[in-house]
Ligand binder design. Structure first.
Ligand code: FAD
Length: 444
């Protein structure tokens, strides 16, 4: 196990202090910063880089904290090449500032040194229940508790973090980093109840009965798509996200090795070509697979995975089969997978030996909450319908939603951006309800 665990050590090195300051000094501190335009949460990037370049790490962190609750996460997993770094004017010469690594350096330095001690607000404005503790739920919790709300998170998993904890693998996002970010929320006064599934242990109506003024659903997209082909139900066909969750639990010592599929020598195929597919493929190689091939129906230019993720996968030995589909899966008399049939765009078929097929075909929201309470409307694919005013409120008064469960699977920072706007909607709603109650109370 120790040997296997070593393979999950973080792959990208962070900056030393010297390197970070040298890199920060290169920033031009543009008057109209393009990097800020490229950032979905409009981080004041040149401002905190300027503080960093002068060695004022605490000031830099204060500026970051105004916009983000998860800088150590964003510094590692945001698609910087498409956002801040992709917009940096120095990029024209191929010398863009490495904003992500600088953010990571600062967040880690702050986390290790405990630079920032936030002043706690008295919690007088109301009680908010947050369902789900992914980037959306954590952002709501952080923003609202800073504004004086009592926030309690209800999470069905054994640990908070959502995809950050059970999806993105350790070698890209160490779990201790996620835990450290979550601890910051707890220090703000946020209470987290794990192993609590809303829709099973409590309903939304139960939460209102417990006295919550508003409820936020940040429940993500936990229902994976099935493979509708002959042999698609063979035992060796597994959901990529299921596999990643199991490996994560195993790496934390919470599962036996035999409970995690893919052993030394297995031949593995991954269907799909987004973030989840790259993570599943690279994780399968770390678990000892003899060969891992990603099968994608489109071209390399159409994959949704980041180019850097693809490059890393290739470096680690993952193969790619473009413009092709797995059209059949075969098994032996004992039901064990033996081979897959791959068809290219010309209709040519070939048979390859196979032990596992991991499906990374995308996912949709589960219906656990909307089916156990009345009045929360969803669209035909199960995504929760919300309104503009107050921002993020569902068709049920007092129930809000945001992140992937509303906007479809996207990215950490987009879930955070949406949640920041929903936090404002919740604050407006609760303040308005309390004001009306006060007026009605005074006139009765
Ligand atoms: P989630 O993170 O899915 O969190 C939802 C939470 O709700 C979960 O903790 C779940 O357990 C909980 N929950 C659900 N139902 C209930 C219930 N009934 N009761 C209680 N709790 C419940 N984005 C990037 O920006 N960069 C990346 O590198 C990247 N890599 C990815 C890799 C993988 C494998 C995957 C799957 C996604 C990746 N993404 C990446 C996308 C990103 O992680 C998501 O867009 C983001 O996590 C969505 O946040 P969320 O809070 O809406 O949902």
């Amino acid at each position: 196990m120790e040997q296997e665990k070593k393979l999950f050590k973080e792959v990208n090195e962070g900056y030393t202090m010297h390197e970070a300051i040298e890199e920060a000094k290169r920033c031009l501190h543009c008057k109209i910063p393009q990097c800020k335009k490229g950032c979905p949460i409009s981080h004041d990037i040149p401002d905190w880089i300027h503080e960093l370049s002068m060695g004022n790490f605490g000031n830099a962190m204060h500026i970051i904290n105004e916009k983000s609750n998860l800088p150590a996460v964003c510094g590692r997993v945001c698609p910087h090449e498409k956002q801040c770094e992709g917009h940096c004017v120095l990029g024209k010469k191929g010398q863009e500032i490495h904003v992500g690594k600088l953010e990571r350096f600062l967040a880690d330095f702050d986390g290790n040194m405990g630079l920032i001690r936030e002043k706690l607000q008295p919690k007088t404005r109301g009680r908010v229940a947050v369902i789900g503790s992914g980037p959306a739920g954590l952002t709501i919790a952080g923003d609202l508790s800073r504004q004086g709300f009592n926030v309690e998170i209800f999470e069905m998993e054994s640990e908070p973090g959502g995809v950050l904890m059970f999806g993105i693998p350790e070698y890209r996002l160490p779990k201790d980093i996620v835990r450290r970010e979550i601890k910051k929320m707890e220090e703000l006064g946020v209470i987290i109840h794990c192993n609590t599934t809303i829709g099973k242990d409590y309903t939304v109506d139960d939460l209102f009965a417990q006295g919550f003024d508003a409820i936020f659903m940040g429940t993500g997209t936990g229902r994976p798509q099935k493979l509708q082909i002959p042999g698609g139900d063979i035992k060796g066909v597994r959901q990529a996200i299921w596999f990643l969750r199991r490996v994560s639990l195993y790496n934390e010592g919470n599962l036996e090795r035999k409970e995690v599929v893919i052993e030394k020598g297995d031949r593995c195929f991954v269907i799909g070509c987004g973030n989840t597919a790259m993570d599943a493929a690279r994780t399968a190689t770390r678990m000892g697979a003899e060969s891992v091939n990603v099968v994608y129906r489109r071209t390399i230019n159409e994959m949704s995975a980041l180019r850097s993720e693809y490059d890393d996968a290739v470096k680690e030995g993952v193969g790619f089969i473009w413009e092709s589909n797995i059209v059949e899966i075969h098994s032996n008399d004992e039901g064990k997978m033996t081979e897959v049939v791959i068809e290219d765009k010309e209709g040519n078929r070939r048979v390859e030996k196979a032990d596992y097929v991991l499906m990374a075909l995308g996912s949709a929201p589960a219906s656990r909450i909307v089916s156990t309470t009345k009045g929360i409307d969803v669209d035909d694919r199960g995504y929760v319908i919300t309104r503009e005013k107050p921002y993020g409120m569902t068709t049920r008064q007092g129930v809000f939603a945001g992140g992937d469960v509303v906007n479809r699977p996207s990215t950490v920072v987009l879930a955070m951006r949406d949640a920041k706007m929903v936090a404002e909607g919740i604050a407006q709603y609760v303040d308005a309800v309390k004001l009306l109650e006060a007026i009605n109370g005074a006139t009765e």
